[in-house]
Design a protein. Structure first.
Length: 627
């Protein structure tokens, strides 16, 4: 286990007590921690480890990088070690427990994988013990159960959905002997909509257990969960880390353990700045920033998955960043692709990770020197988690926030939340017109054009759902400049634009190229597009022919609408076409000719096309009625 920038080690903010000095921690565990470079416990570890090992429930509120991972993994391993020793003393075969001893629940697959990696060396120090990772995407629940049954895992680490399938749906995983439950990033788990699954899991676990809730913020949902699932818990609060070597034993009073903390909510070694610019200029500033920081490692956060895909292809294809490694990472990628991107970025000495908030919390990526938020997060609480990916382990870090002109009030909002932000006026833009370069790509590559349009549409919709709507108002957003940022050929028609003044759309540059004439560079995809267009044209012709025939048949009787039988026939034709198209796309997905993302996109496009045809049909009916 190599020392990293905060995989539970508490970063550079350590307390005065060595792990070897804990009466509750065995020599074997202390040696594993020492080999990983962790000698002293952080304040949250110093307060939490003795509580969990003395059969207490805990609710821990700790900022990023405070050492939460070891604060619950060390007790997990010590509980397992004690049970193994008791089993050996009582003459059990091999000293095994033959049951799930510990359950660790994490909100994301990436964070669960990271916890599993950190836990492995600790669990392996217990002879015969085993930990297993169970998350969705890479395997199904049946495969996970077979693996658990064959290895006899005592420590189970996973995401709520997969654990719910194993424990509550199939009921195959026996948790009646569970000793400790840990909910890591509990506020995020509840925010992601796992309340039902977590409730069912809690209902399946034994009442006489130890429970630890670990979160960055004590939301009302977390407090309710603590009241429902914990027995008179101790609350540990760490809002700010100690500076190295200046800590002292945390005061304990009643069921409250408070770590002395400063008012500032970010590490003192983090330089946090912002820049106000138009949406069109963002990529140009970003490109120049990357040019000025060769050999460095950084993370760029964007608002939506589609924005990540667009930005990745634009930066790779513009020809201005040769020599820079760029990895996209977002929630709609296949799990294997997500794992590969994260592992490549972790192992690289330099490069850029383009991602959404799926990589904002809990992840510990070594040597990240800077963070750029090209778009502020929808949820303001994620701001601290994003910038917390740098300035870890006592190292210096810098973070830069991009804001549109209508969003500058966000700085005041952050400052009131004890987040110190200063201006950054000296940042340079690249000399090249990046919007024009990307627009040329859109004029010749339909795949790039599709990514641009999807990114624009998802950005607008996400913007309207921002939690700080009094700051992020669509009616004040420069939509024309945003269209140029995504290098669109035309502004798409969206119902959201009804609230946007025309003056904010007039600045859009656009292109003389007809978007429908742009072809896919992939010949197979282009052939499929043409085939789809042909089928849609045939469907339109059939519908029009049916409508015309019905209209002629009803003229003598003064009929103004299709007979019921004829209407059912037309609707059935539409249903058959949609079903046939869905089956064709599913067959391509099953044969591996298209990805799941492409399947979702094309299914949506097909449904929209058929819906448009039905809308046109209804309009024609209304016109005939008026005549």
């Amino acid at each position: 286990m190599a020392a990293s920038s905060g995989s539970g080690g508490g970063g550079g903010h350590q307390g005065t007590k060595c792990f070897r000095d804990f009466n509750e921690i065995s020599r074997e565990t202390a040696e594993v921690l020492s080999r990983g470079g962790f000698e002293r416990a952080s304040p949250v570890q110093e307060a939490t480890i003795p509580l969990l090992l003395s059969h207490k429930d805990v609710s821990v509120e700790a900022c990023t990088g405070s050492g939460k991972t070891f604060a619950f993994l060390v007790p997990v391993v010590e509980i397992l070690r004690k049970l193994r020793a008791e089993g050996a003393d009582s003459g059990s075969a091999g000293g095994g427990t033959n049951k799930i001893v510990a359950l660790v629940v994490s909100p994301t697959r990436e964070l669960a994988s990271q916890i599993y990696k950190v836990a492995q060396p600790l669990v392996e120090s217990v002879p015969g013990a085993c930990a297993e990772l169970v998350v969705g995407g890479s395997s199904n629940a049946e495969e996970d159960y077979s693996r658990i049954a064959s290895t006899g895992a005592e420590v189970l680490i996973g995401t709520p959905g997969r654990l719910y399938d194993l424990i509550c749906v199939s009921g195959k995983v026996n948790v009646r002997g569970l000793e400790i439950l840990v909910l890591d990033e509990a506020d995020r788990i509840l925010d992601e909509g796992f309340k039902k699954q977590i409730g069912s899991i809690l209902g399946s676990l034994p009442k006489q257990r130890r429970t630890g809730l670990f979160s960055a913020t004590q939301t009302e949902e977390v407090k309710q969960l603590a009241r429902a699932g914990l027995r008179n818990p101790f609350r540990v609060v760490v809002r700010q880390q100690f500076l190295g070597g200046q800590g002292s034993a945390p005061p304990v009073g009643g069921n409250q353990v408070k770590i002395p903390c400063a008012e500032v909510r970010v590490p003192s070694q983090l330089t946090l700045q912002y820049l106000v610019c138009s949406p069109r200029e963002k990529l140009e500033y970003l490109v120049q920033y990357l040019r000025d920081c060769p050999g460095e490692k950084g993370i760029v956060y964007l608002l939506t998955c589609a924005c990540v895909e667009f930005c990745a292809k634009a930066l790779k294809g513009c020809g201005l960043l040769d020599g820079h490694d760029i990895w996209p990472l977002h929630g709609r990628m296949k799990q294997s692709a997500r794992n590969a991107a994260l592992q490549s970025f972790e192992g690289a000495k330099s490069g850029v990770l383009l991602c959404t908030d799926v990589a904002a919390r809990g992840l510990d990526i070594p040597s990240v020197q800077w963070i750029i938020q090209l778009d502020p997060p929808q949820d303001p609480s994620f701001f601290i988690h994003r910038v917390g990916r740098t300035a870890r382990m006592g190292n210096a870090g810098r973070a830069l926030l991009f804001l549109n002109a209508n969003e500058e009030t966000y700085v005041t909002f952050l400052q009131k939340r004890k987040v110190p932000v200063t201006d950054r006026a000296e940042l340079k833009r690249c000399d090249e017109d990046l919007s024009a370069l990307v627009r040329k790509m859109n004029e010749t590559d339909r795949d790039m054009l599709d990514k641009s349009v999807r990114a624009f549409v998802t950005y607008i919709r996400a913007y309207t759902e921002h939690q700080c709507q009094y700051i992020f108002r669509l009616t004040e957003l420069d939509v024309g400049s945003l269209g140029d940022h995504f290098a669109l050929l035309r502004l798409p028609k969206m119902k959201e634009f009804k609230r946007v003044p025309s003056a904010l759309r007039d600045g859009f540059t656009g292109s003389t190229v007809d978007p429908s004439s742009v072809k896919y560079l992939d010949k197979n995809r282009e052939r499929q597009r043409k085939e789809k267009q042909r089928r849609e044209a045939e469907a339109r012709a059939k519908v029009q022919a049916e409508a015309s025939s019905s209209a002629r048949a009803g003229q003598g009787q003064g009929e103004r609408r299709l007979p019921a039988a004829r209407r059912r026939k037309v609707d059935a034709l539409q249903d058959d076409l949609e079903l046939e198209e869905d089956y064709r796309l599913f067959s391509m997905l099953r044969r591996g000719k298209i990805t799941e993302e492409e399947y979702d996109e094309r299914t949506m496009e097909s449904a929209k096309t058929i819906q448009k045809e039905m809308d046109k049909k209804r309009v024609k009916k209304k016109k005939r009625k008026r005549k």
